[in-house]
Every structure is written in C-alpha cells, then in structure tokens.
Design a protein around this ligand. Structure first.
Ligand code: ADP
Ligand code: MG
Length: 326
C-alpha cells in the first residue's frame, strides 16, 4: 500500500504549496480560528502547520495517516453536498508517503498531546507531546524518496511564491480565521481574525494592498436568489497581470470561464487593451444551483442557470463602473 500511496501522492502533492493547501484545509475543517504556517526553503525543507482546532484523539492518530480514513462523510447525501474541501481522506497518507511527517495533536478534553511520526510508510508508536489544544503537522524533506518528483520543484523563491499566493486566497475566503505565515523564521504575513465589517476591509487591504482598497468600488446586490458583494477596482487601477482576481462562490475560490467572461465584458469599454481588472467578489446562492467540481486541484463550477448568473454579474459590475464616469 505504500507504493499505492506514493502514486496517489502524485495527484494530491504536486509541490510544496499542495501540501500547505491540504494541511490548512484540514485545520479549517477542524474548526481552528488560528492557523500558523512555518516554511523553510520554500517548503522543500520543512512545512509546519499549527492550528488551535478540535484536535485528534490519541487512538485516532494512526487512522489520520491511513488511506481513506476520512471522518468527514457520513452518507451519500454528504457526498452530494460537499460544499466543503477535500473529502477523499487520503491527503495526509499521501503526504506521509513522500516526506518525513510528524503529527502531534491535543483535543480540548485531553490532559496532554500525543505525537506520531511517519517515515517511508512506517508509523511510530504515539509519544506524549507537550502542547496547547490543537494540531501540529510537520512535514520535512518533501519528495526525499521521489527523485522524479523533486525535479519538478522550482526555486525556493518560486515555491514560496505559490505558498504565499495560496495563503492569501485562503485568508480571503476565511476571514474569521487568523493566519500567520513565516518563511525561514521571518514573518511574511500576519492576518488578524476578522470580527466585523471594518475587519473585512482590513483583510482585503492586507491581502491586496492598501492601494486596492483606497480606490475600489464596493458592491452589494441581491437579485433572483443571487447575492453579489465585494469590491471591484476602478479602471485606472487595472493591472498588467491578472494577479488580483478573487472570486468566491459560496465561500469557495473559483476560476471560472463564465465568471471571467462576465467581468471582462463589464470592463470592456473602460480598460485598455492587455490590462486586467482587479476584484474581490463573492457570489452566494443556493448550493443546489451550482455544481462545484470537487477534484482537489480544481476550482471549476457549473451554474444551473449560467445565463442568469452571467447577466447578473455583468450588469451589476457594469453599472457600478458606469457610475464612476463623469
Ligand atoms: P480528509 O481531510 O479528506 O478527511 P486527510 O487525509 O486530509 O483526509 O485527513 C485525514 C483525517 O485526519 C481527517 O479526516 C481528520 O479526521 C484528521 N485530521 C487531519 N488534520 C487535522 C487537523 N489539523 N485537526 C484535526 N483533525 C485533523
Ligand atoms: Mg483533508
């Protein structure tokens, strides 16, 4: 099964940022509202994620690293309603098969923590570990036993860039959670948990820059069961890269052609050729009106009434932009 895990790992674990993604999503699933990410050498040497979530019972620690051990799907209906994140219950097993992993956890009702280690598919016995409530997962030497995969890892800077980008996205999608990101011991981002509307704006400013927030137009519109809210940049703020485009559907970040098209159309007459609009938007609707592709790497959606969604996005944004004209 070790080999099978390694093969599965190829799907889940493409690069250091994929590990960070799985670990943070697990922390979010566990109800944590403080998540700290420590990375060394772009994540190739070490990735450690610390959370203050519900933790794992000592007798479940082994299971957390076993394939298909998910505790998150109760029945088929759950599968259908997976509005949530990875559900396949093998991310940790996959990561453990291609790294040296230590999992330490302490549930709220436990006197102390317990830790297990995995290396090359072998699990150690649990050892007591002094720690506060929550979970710490420490992943060292990613791909140490998979040279073919290691070849695809880029420079530390590039890999860290992917990690930072991921943390930015997850931080926008999960405003009520505090995030910290450290690279080689240096604090790169400190994002306080958001409690109110003012905090929302601060989070957007932390992630997209003060310059974005200062000029952005705020949107809020309800129509036919669709609700769009957030910020779009004025045309003058447009960018040479599409690096500030955040669109959430029911709290989940998506990149979707229909959405991209609607927004591009709304900006069509006001943007110079080759420039990209910046936006942070969320669309909320009945989950039954949208299919989210649950493949872990993908963020595609399919709207039941695509035409309606397209026109709603287009007209709301277009109108907001029109009002800025003299
Ligand atoms: P999945 O998230 O799809 O269930 P994973 O392999 O990512 O599968 O995790 C396996 C299991 O380990 C989870 O279902 C959960 O029970 C437990 N787990 C993993 N990370 C955490 C965490 N940070 N806090 C609490 N439980 C966790
Ligand atoms: Mg998971």
């Amino acid at each position: 099964t070790h080999l099978i895990n390694q093969i599965a790992a190829g799907e889940v674990v493409e690069r250091p940022a994929s590990v960070v993604k799985e670990l943070i999503e697990n922390s979010l699933d566990s109800g944590a509202d403080r998540i700290r990410v420590d990375v060394e050498q772009g994540g190739t040497r070490r990735i450690r994620v610390t959370d203050n979530g519900a933790g794992i019972e000592a007798d479940q620690l082994h299971l957390a690293l076993a394939p298909h051990a998910t505790s998150k799907i109760a029945d088929l209906d759950d599968l259908e309603a997976v509005a949530s994140f990875g559900f396949r219950g093998e991310a940790l097993a996959s990561i453990a098969s291609v790294s040296r992993l230590r999992l330490a956890s302490r549930p709220a009702d436990a006197q102390s923590g317990q830790a297990i280690e995995a290396e090359g598919g072998t699990l150690s016995e649990p050892q007591p570990a002094g720690m506060p409530t929550g979970t710490v997962i420490d992943v060292r030497d990613l791909f140490y036993n998979v040279p073919a995969r290691r070849k695809f890892v880029r420079t530390e800077r590039t890999e860290f860039g992917h990690i930072d980008e991921l943390v930015r996205r997850l931080a926008l999608a999960n405003m009520e959670v505090g995030f910290e990101l450290f690279h080689d011991g240096r604090a790169v981002r400190r994002l306080a948990p958001v409690a109110d509307q003012a905090g929302w704006l601060r989070r957007v400013s932390d992630v997209c820059g003060q310059g974005f927030v200062e000029q952005a137009l705020e949107l809020e519109r309800d129509h036919a069961g669709l609700r769009l809210s957030g910020w779009v940049a004025r045309p003058a703020y447009s960018r040479s890269q599409a690096d500030q485009q955040f669109f959430f559907v029911n709290g989940r970040l998506v990149r979707d052609r229909l959405v991209a098209h609607a927004i591009r159309q709304a900006y069509r007459d006001v943007l110079f050729h080759g420039r990209h609009p910046a936006f942070v938007l969320r669309l909320d609707l009945d989950p039954r009106r949208v299919d989210v592709n649950v493949h872990p790497q993908k963020t595609e959606v399919r709207f039941r009434d695509g035409r309606l969604v397209h026109d709603f996005l287009f007209s709301t944004i277009n109108q907001a932009l029109a009002e800025t004209r003299p």
